[in-house]
Design a protein around this ligand. Structure first.
Ligand code: ZN
Length: 78
């Protein structure tokens, strides 16, 4: 039981780490899968002034698609 719990925690940490690396690549304008500069923002949703933004990206080259929740630091800009 404990082994399963630890295993799932590590899997979750690995998942978050991988997701962060993918987002870092996208922020630099690269597709994390094929490393071409063909990544595009396809959708952007805001969860309110203080909530995280959901950004959806898609690669025009290989079809990679993923969405990320990003903490909106600026609030509503007021
Ligand atoms: Zn790609």
């Amino acid at each position: 039981m404990l082994i399963i719990l630890i295993g799932s925690v590590f899997a979750y940490i690995y998942y978050l780490k991988e997701k962060k690396e993918q987002l870092d690549a996208i922020k630099r304008g690269f597709c994390p899968k094929c490393h071409q500069k063909s990544i595009e923002l396809t959708d952007q949703r805001s969860g309110g002034c203080s909530g995280p933004k959901i950004l959806s990206f898609e690669c025009m080259e290989c079809g990679y698609a993923n969405s990320f929740s990003v903490q909106g630091g600026g609030g509503c800009g007021i």
